[in-house]
Ligand binder design. Structure first.
Ligand SMILES: *Cc1c(COP(=O)(O)O)cnc(C)c1O
Ligand SMILES: [Zn+2]
Length: 412
């Protein structure tokens, strides 16, 4: 069955066949979005067919992904991550219906596994050999994880400042790692040049139209896990804007398939020092580069690579952008851990920090339902967590010092 109609430019709306371009719009260099034959797919996918499917990974959505089959699917459990009704965390900010989607539970411990799984499978199907990618860390770690058993190793460009846990993942999975003496943005451009020169397949976020396709599967899961009650708000932290535009693509795909009749408002949470998308949304103009400085390395982006699609998601959904400070981001790490049992990396906790701000300002109200997507595990960046986690109590080897401590700390 031919399920893909083609690629549509997010900026100029021009349409192309899959064979006409590999990455971006040949006309305006905008990013491309995959258009499906929704009419044909409606006959294959229903709430009933999904319910009957025992598959508990993102491959339960294979029919609505840009793949012909399972031949290139990496042998790990990507997607279908837990969704928690976070009662305690919600009550702390006056919300009854707060849900936490724990995407740190993916194979390489971040949301990026959804995109890398699809791109790796597609590279296999289309006979690509070397796959390359630039990343602040997670996208690369996920690509390395997905391709660990492949003979041809992925080539990864990361900024030298990437947290060491992410670097360790890259090396352990056997990727060829180029540690770039520059920013993520510079690594991104260098990767593109290398792909041009050597004919490597480029996974770069936004630039490759299939990353968004993988990321949309999180929205599919949310619809199913909430028993088809689409939430009022989805809060997600934003750097390049590919996750938020992917989530929006997922909701609109399901809407086009007649599976849901309501759409959520998408909320982009950005760090104050890395807020190019929030600015473009507010000022209504083009995306302009910013300094891109924040403690949340995964959303530290100067020039967002999927900014236009992200702003579009905010506008079309009636959502908005909210800014959080590094202090608020760090404070959200123990808040989420103690209120909902989930250890998030700074960028993952940022989404909750944004929701807390909006709840305090009355933009999200007690009975509204809100999903916070925790995009990465706290183990990715323990040094940031240790800034706010507190310190252990130092004791000697005898009970006397334990007793002194128990007394002092009033532990019962
Ligand atoms: C990549 C990433 C983000 C942001 O996604 P964008 O597509 O760059 O907006 C947020 N959190 C984590 C943990 C990430 O790895
Ligand atoms: Zn275009």
């Amino acid at each position: 069955m031919k399920k893909i109609e083609g690629l549509r430019c997010v900026e100029c709306a021009a349409e192309f066949g899959l064979a006409e371009t590999k990455y971006i719009c040949p006309r305006c260099r905008g990013n491309l979005s995959v258009v499906y034959d929704y009419k044909a797919l409606r006959k294959r996918i229903s709430r009933k067919s999904l319910k009957a499917d025992p598959e508990r990974t993102l491959w339960r959505y294979l029919d609505i992904l840009p793949l012909d089959g399972r031949a290139g699917v990496p042998p790990v459990h990507a997607g279908w991550t837990p969704l928690y009704h976070a009662l305690k965390l919600g009550s702390a900010i006056g919300l009854k219906n707060l849900y936490l989607k724990d995407d740190g539970r993916n194979p390489s411990a971040s949301f990026k596994d959804r995109a890398s799984a699809v791109v790796a499978a597609r590279a296999f199907e289309t006979g690509e050999k070397t796959v390359a990618g630039a990343s602040t860390g997670n996208a690369a770690a996920s690509l390395a994880c997905m391709m660990a058993q492949r003979e041809t190793k992925p080539v990864i460009f990361v900024p030298r400042t990437a947290p060491s846990a992410k670097l360790a993942q890259l090396l352990v999975f056997g990727a060829v790692v180029l540690s770039v003496d520059g920013t993520y943005d510079e690594a991104f451009d260098l990767c593109r040049q290398a792909c041009d020169e050597y004919g490597w397949y480029n996974r770069n976020t936004g630039y490759n139209p299939f990353t968004r396709e993988g990321k949309k599967t999180c929205a599919f899961e949310l619809c199913e896990q909430l028993n088809w009650k689409v939430p009022d708000f989805v809060f997600v932290s934003v750097g390049d804007g590919n996750i938020i535009s992917g989530l929006w693509k997922g909701f609109t795909d399901f809407h086009a398939l007649g599976l849901i009749d309501k759409l959520p408002k998408m909320v982009a949470v950005q760090a104050e020092g890395s807020a190019a998308i929030a600015r473009a949304w507010k000022n209504g103009g083009a995306i302009r580069p910013v300094s891109g400085k924040t403690v949340a390395d995964s959303i530290s982006v100067s020039l967002p690579r999927d900014g236009a699609a992200a702003v579009k998601a905010l506008k079309e959904s009636g959502g908005f952008a909210v800014l959080v400070s590094d202090r608020e981001i760090l404070a959200a790490i123990p808040a989420v851990a103690r209120g909902a049992n989930v250890f998030a990396e700074p960028a993952g906790a940022a989404a909750y920090a944004g929701l807390a701000k909006c709840a305090a300002a009355g933009k999200v109200r007690a009975n509204d339902s809100a999903v916070v997507v925790v995009t990465g595990s706290g183990l990715k960046d323990v040094s940031s967590a240790m800034k706010v986690a507190g310190r252990p109590h130092e004791v000697g080897t005898g009970m006397d010092s334990v007793r002194r401590l128990v007394k002092r700390e009033k532990i019962s």
